[in-house]
Design a protein around this ligand. Structure first.
Ligand code: FPP
Ligand code: MG
Ligand code: MG
Length: 443
């Protein structure tokens, strides 16, 4: 297929959905405590790309109806909605907690805190939650899953900006730089708590298991990164196995063999284990969230084990493979942009910011393959005076960025190949467009 093929635009396809998503997320994370309320909502007020929830919504649209159980699933959700409207039960959109007023709050203090933090989102607080008929093919539970995915993503950013000492995010001061590390960590925890509450309402253990394992994966990926590029006995993690559960599925190897240059076997450059370690980390910290939530969307749409439809495994695997490859491509481009884009373009630290954190990502590993002298700088995590500048210089002279791009292209193509196994639809086209656009994004 040529790249001139015109594909459905995901942003247009989902325009009303995304407004509801923003409003719903905002109401999901409201807190009576003004400081917590403000910081929990802080990253949502900036113009995020919302690419993760978009993928969940599009994957839902692209796969709903495939399962022979689809009508049953939809009828069950309709019934649940009806019961909720008639006050006979809880729907996914019920307020998560009954009034939990902080009894001992001094109103003037609250007001002052509110002024101080200038809560910009108060206008949003009583959001409506159901979109119009344009998107009737998405189930309420799938919509909620998209919101949960965004909550988890933002929680991880709050923690990440503490760990990375980041001063900026989404073209504004980072949460830690405005509110401090302690509140940023707590706000991240709060988002995870609200995400868990919402998750419990979806009524699927298979989905709970997928999402819980994503949380473990995010932490595992982050720890793997922190422990460095050199896999050894103490730093090689064995990510959480879910083998004991019927909801588990075999987790493939994340290393595309073509990432490993022939010279890496010569002993001068990075070893194959170092590339494997990098790819595994990349899956855990970025791709797992997209892959497993895309899979969870198809579970909610009738492809879960409980539906008793064996073919459902294939649909779930397509969603997972699409998300895994897209997520890896996404992070590879992120790691490339850290060298090739400016901080102004990115709206967050750039220009080799990863080197300053002691991290050697794909461009650095490929450059090491071409300039063996980079090895010792990477090994000592660019700690000595001048290391970061020297490494940056060598990496920019190398073909590290372009080889990283080539690898990202392969994963983007693999995502497209996976999604093309689904029936033709606008949503499928939009997913394909996302997989292409990931390569040309500038931030
Ligand atoms: C951004 O990466 C960070 C992540 C993709 C995941 C971070 C995960 C944690 C901090 C573990 C805690 C997890 C939870 C669920 C709270 P980056 O630093 O490479 O990207 P950036 O340039 O956007 O900062
Ligand atoms: Mg980080
Ligand atoms: Mg970071």
């Amino acid at each position: 297929a040529s790249s001139s093929v015109r594909l459905a635009d995901p942003v247009k396809l989902l325009s009303s959905e995304m407004n509801f998503l923003r409003a719903n997320v905002t109401s999901l994370l409201g807190s009576k405590h003004p400081a917590l309320d403000t910081i929990a909502k802080y990253y949502f007020q900036a113009e995020g790309k919302h690419v993760r929830p978009m993928i969940i919504l599009l994957m839902s649209q692209a796969t709903n109806g495939i399962s022979p159980r689809w009508e049953e699933v939809r009828a069950r959700e309709d019934e649940r909605e009806k019961a909720r409207r008639e006050g006979r039960g809880m729907g996914v959109d019920e307020p998560l907690e009954k009034e939990e007023v902080l009894q001992d709050e001094n109103p003037t203090m609250v007001e002052r805190a509110r002024d101080l933090l200038k809560n910009p989102l108060s206008a949003f607080s009583s959001a409506s939650s159901s979109p119009d008929s344009a998107s009737l093919t998405i189930l309420p539970t799938q919509r909620r899953l998209a919101e949960i995915t965004e909550l988890i993503h933002v929680a991880s950013l709050l923690h990440d900006d503490v760990i990375d000492l980041a001063e900026t995010r989404r073209a504004a001061p980072s949460a830690p730089s405005l509110f401090g590390n302690k509140l940023s960590i707590l706000a991240g925890d709060f988002l995870l708590a609200r995400a868990s509450l919402a998750l419990s309402r979806l009524g699927s253990n298979e989905v709970v298991e997928l999402v819980a394992s994503v949380l473990a994966n995010l932490v595992e990926g982050e720890v793997m990164q922190m422990k460095g590029n050199m896999p050894n006995a103490s730093s090689t993690t064995s990510p959480t196995a879910t083998a004991a559960s019927p909801a588990s599925f075999s987790s493939p190897s994340h290393t595309n063999p073509s990432i490993i240059p022939a010279s890496s076997l010569s002993g001068r450059g990075p070893t194959p284990e170092i590339f494997h370690h990098y790819m595994r980390k990349t899956y855990l910290k970025t791709a797992s969230l997209i892959a497993k939530n895309a899979r969870a969307a198809t579970v909610l749409g009738g492809c879960g084990i409980k539906q008793g439809w064996a073919e459902g495994e294939k649909v779930k695997d397509i969603a997972y493979e699409y998300g895994r490859n897209l997520g890896i491509a996404f992070q590879l481009i992120d790691d490339m942009l850290d060298f090739t884009a400016t901080a102004a373009d990115l709206g967050k630290p750039g220009g080799g910011a990863d080197l300053k954190l002691g991290l050697a990502t794909a461009p650095a590993l490929y450059a090491w393959d071409e300039f063996p002298e980079l090895g010792e700088l990477i090994e000592r995590k660019f700690e000595r005076e001048g290391d970061v500048e020297r490494a940056k210089h060598l990496i920019l002279r190398s073909s590290g960025a372009s080889r990283t791009f080539t690898l990202a292209e392969q994963h983007s193509q693999a995502a497209i190949n996976a999604i093309r196994r689904l029936p033709e639809s606008d949503a499928r086209d939009a997913l394909e467009k996302i997989a292409r656009d990931v390569l040309t994004r500038k931030k």
